[in-house]
Design a protein around this ligand. Structure first.
Ligand SMILES: Nc1nc2c(ncn2[C@@H]2O[C@H](COP(=O)(O)OP(=O)(O)OP(=O)(O)O)[C@@H](O)[C@H]2O)c(=O)[nH]1
Ligand SMILES: [Mg+2]
Ligand SMILES: [Zn+2]
Length: 396
């Protein structure tokens, strides 16, 4: 079976380990070669990068090294040992400029935190030192509402996208993605649902499909599409904020989980969250997304606590998510029902498009693979080819 997706990462923390690290800031060339104010105003991620490149001393190209003790997790993340005395655990809920907001597990209060410099030094990628959704250990500062992040715990369920050829993590520790579509106004688009499923599968995050505004149609019309996803093993919930149908079920699905919401503008994501938890009070007439469609300018993710327990991530970047970080060759691996058929393809590199002897195409002809799903596959590939030929479009 030619399943091409990456292996799921499991946390594997073994003993302490000493590592020697370079202290980066003394290796910079010229101080203040970036327009920090402009970056801050236009893009908080770029501003973080800019601040990392700032040089505060006049020592030129001197390099310092320091030994740290900690634990390497899957060879990917280094979790340094910290004196936990006086530290509190918390969750990063958003970024404000260069600081992040952390909600304390201990008292539920929000703290504005800076990031300990050594964490930037240790990070493989300066963009992802601390991201929304991170579980952190922080030390309360002099002011009642301030603190310093000392350590970032190993992440799971990371949603990211490719930005200028580098991974940009939008939000971490996501347990599930709620893919919201609407039965009507805007019309139901299974292709869009499939794109979001591919995104969820790519990141090893459980997708849940929510079809909203069912008050606008005869529910019988939705049965075939709900059954199609149900047969694939995906959970489907049909909802309406007008009739209240499915809302209890949705509330239950979101409880005590960290959920990212995805879906086209206007399908009712904010409206649904408002009825699930009336304290959220989200703006439901926000159409700013449609005007900035395709520009990928918004990079800030926000994590909102639910009264009944659990968190929801409202991320403009996820809403407009396109499959920038997925290569054409791996797409078939994320259509989970294709997998048994791929082994019947004559060529291991089969694209399941024009090849004569293709297991997937035979599966479609025998109605074992739903035609709508196969068409989504073809469409995603086509768009991918377009991006490959027009790489500028893939930059965000
Ligand atoms: N008839 C009907 N209308 C709904 C339902 N849910 C939401 N709406 C309406 O759909 C419109 C858009 O809802 P929003 O909640 O703003 O949609 P959104 O998905 O958050 O949109 P963006 O924030 O732009 O991404 C609003 O006018 C809502 O009142 C529903 O179940 N039935
Ligand atoms: Mg909204
Ligand atoms: Zn094939």
């Amino acid at each position: 079976m030619a399943k091409k997706k990456g292996k799921k990462k499991s946390s594997n923390r073994k003993g302490g380990k000493k590592v020697r690290v370079d202290i980066r800031r003394n290796k910079q060339t010229r101080a203040r070669d970036q327009n920090l104010t402009h970056d801050l105003l236009s893009d908080d991620v770029a501003a973080q990068d800019a601040s990392n490149n700032e040089r505060f001393s006049g020592k030129g190209a001197l390099s310092r090294r320091r030994t740290l003790v900690g634990v390497e997790v899957d060879g990917d993340q280094f979790v340094r040992n910290v004196d936990t005395e006086g530290c509190t655990t918390g969750r990063v809920t958003s970024f404000v400029g260069l600081n992040c907001r952390v909600q304390s597990d201990e008292n539920g209060r929000e703290y504005e935190c800076t990031i300990r410099g050594i964490l930037r030094t240790l990070a493989r990628d300066s963009r992802n030192v601390v991201v929304t959704g991170d579980r952190v250990l922080f030390r309360q500062g002099g002011d009642d509402h301030q603190g310093v992040i000392e350590r970032v715990e190993p992440r799971h369920g990371v949603l990211s996208r490719n930005s200028h050829g580098r991974e940009h993590i939008l939000v971490s520790n996501i347990d599930q993605v709620l893919i919201v579509a609407s039965a009507s106004d805007p019309d139901l688009k299974p292709n869009l649902i499939d794109r979001y499923i591919v995104m969820a599968e790519r990141h090893d995050i459980k997708p849940i499909i929510c079809i909203n505004k069912i008050d606008l149609v005869d529910v019988v019309q939705l049965q075939s599409v709900a059954a199609m996803y149900g047969r694939l093993g995906y959970q489907v919930v049909l909802t309406s904020i007008k009739t209240g149908c499915g809302i209890d079920h949705l509330r239950q699905l979101l409880q005590n989980r960290q959920t990212a919401l995805s879906g086209q503008s206007g399908v009712g994501k904010s409206s649904l969250l408002n009825v699930v938890d009336s304290t959220l009070n989200l703006d439901t007439s926000d159409v700013s997304d449609s005007s900035s469609k395709g520009t990928h300018t918004t990079r800030r993710a926000r994590l909102l606590p639910l009264t009944q327990g659990g968190w929801v991530a409202d991320t403009p970047g996820i809403r407009q998510f396109e499959l920038w970080d997925i290569s054409m060759e791996e797409i078939d691996g994320y259509f989970i029902e294709f997998c048994p058929f791929i082994s019947y393809c004559q060529f291991s590199s089969c694209s399941h498009t024009h090849e004569a002897s293709c297991g997937v195409k035979r599966g479609v002809e025998a109605n074992l693979i739903h035609r709508s799903r196969y068409e989504s596959y073809l469409r995603i590939r086509e768009e991918d080819i377009f991006l490959w030929k027009n790489p500028a479009r893939g930059q965000s």
